[in-house]
Every structure is written in structure tokens, then in C-alpha cells.
Design a protein. Structure first.
Lengths: 115, 111
């Protein structure tokens, strides 16, 4: 089975702190994604990556950055956390080809609270 | 940007009842997916529909893709408490490696 592991289930941080959310997948997937999930808003794409050291902005990249130094690992960075970044963060991965075969596999999520 | 609208946003029913949730768009999608997210977990793929008019069944769940490939529905027969969760529809977007997600239907099935 595909496994996507997010390093923390719950995080509590202070405003202004630098926050790192880590995600590791074990299926050699090329694509990796970071979403945030808020009630009533569904999943909104923050950043994604198709390859090592490659990144593309999603719909809501402001206040976030990412790093992909190894194929299996995709990190989300909040340079200076703010209270409006309190949310559930979900990491996902998928194979390179898209279209109808584009199945995304998700981690269990990190619930981040910024105080 | 292709948008997917889901309705209803919340649904609370008794065990044994039937229900239908909807996923609608003004845009044509080459395929649509349905995911279910249980509390404390990430979404998991249930099904992908590809052909206009297609109907797929997964035990008590029936998925239909509209003829014009702009909408989809999920019908659950004789709902059980184990069906409780957030149901999300999603379609390819951008480079087709990405997915656009609907806002979801939160289903609660009471015993």
C-alpha cells in the first residue's frame, strides 16, 4: 500500500515562528502536493512539485514556501506563522501521468494552531 | 479556474435511509473522482468516472457521471454509521496532474 507520512498530527506555534511541516512518501511518486483544508472551503492547493528541486505555486501560495531536496520528501515552510494560517494541512502524492489515472494519496494531516 | 460545487454541504440522516449528494460544474471535465475523508484521516479515493453517462457501483454506493461530463452524483443506499465522513469530488485541472476539489459534503449517519 502507498504510504504518505506527515511528521506531526498536531502542532501549536506562536505568531512569528518559522514552522516546518514534513511529508514523506514511499511509492516513488513524482508528484507531491500541499493543501490546506478549512471548513466549507474544501482543499486548496498551496504548492506542488513534479520533480526534485522543482516547485510550482498553487492557488494560495502567499506566506508559504516549499522544499523538495529528495524525491520522497516534500516540506512546507511557514516563514513567519500568523494566526490566519491556523488550519489542517494535507500532503498528497501521485504518479507522473495525469488525466483519469491521477489518483492522489494523502497523509493523515497536520492540524496547526498558531497562537 | 474550473470550479466544483457540492451540495448539500451538511447531511445528517438515520441509519437505513437513502441519500444522494451532488457535484456540479459549469465546465466539462475529462473525468471526476470521489474521495471520502474519515475523521482524523486524509481523503481516500472511492472511484473515478470517465465516460459521460457512466454508472459505477461500489457495494451500496452508486456513482454517476453526467452525460455532458459537467456533473456527478453519489447515491448511498441503506446508509450505515460507517458511511459517516466528508465526501469530496475532484477533477483534473491545470496540467491535468493537479486536482480541483469541491468543498465537500459532510455526512453523518446516526445509529
Amino acid at each position: 500500500d502507498v504510504k504518505v507520512t506527515q511528521s506531526s498530527r498536531y502542532l501549536v506555534k506562536r505568531t512569528g515562528e518559522k514552522v516546518f511541516l514534513e511529508c514523506v512518501q514511499d511509492m516513488d511518486h513524482e508528484n507531491m502536493f500541499w493543501y490546506r483544508q478549512d471548513p466549507g472551503l474544501g482543499l486548496r492547493l498551496i504548492y506542488f512539485s513534479y520533480d526534485v528541486k522543482m516547485k510550482e505555486k498553487g492557488d494560495i501560495p502567499e506566506g508559504y514556501s516549499v522544499s523538495r531536496e529528495k524525491k520522497e520528501r516534500f516540506s512546507l515552510i511557514l516563514e513567519s506563522a500568523s494566526t490566519n494560517q491556523t488550519s489542517m494541512y494535507l500532503c498528497a502524492s501521485s504518479f507522473l501521468r495525469g488525466g483519469s489515472k491521477n489518483i492522489q494519496y494523502f497523509g493523515a494531516g497536520t492540524r496547526l494552531s498558531v497562537l | 479556474t474550473q470550479l466544483l460545487e457540492q451540495s448539500p454541504q451538511f447531511l445528517s440522516i438515520q441509519e437505513g435511509e437513502n441519500l444522494t449528494v451532488y457535484c456540479n460544474s459549469s465546465s466539462v471535465f475529462s473525468s471526476l473522482q470521489w474521495y471520502r475523508q474519515e475523521p482524523g484521516e486524509g481523503p481516500v479515493l472511492l472511484v473515478t468516472v470517465v465516460t459521460g453517462g457512466e454508472v459505477k457501483k461500489l457495494k451500496r454506493l452508486t456513482f454517476q457521471f453526467g452525460d455532458a461530463r459537467k456533473d456527478s452524483s453519489l447515491h448511498i443506499t441503506a446508509a450505515q454509521p460507517g458511511d459517516t465522513g466528508l465526501y469530496l469530488c475532484a477533477g483534473p485541472s491545470g496540467s491535468a496532474r493537479q486536482l480541483t476539489f469541491g468543498s465537500g459534503t459532510q455526512l453523518t449517519v446516526l445509529p
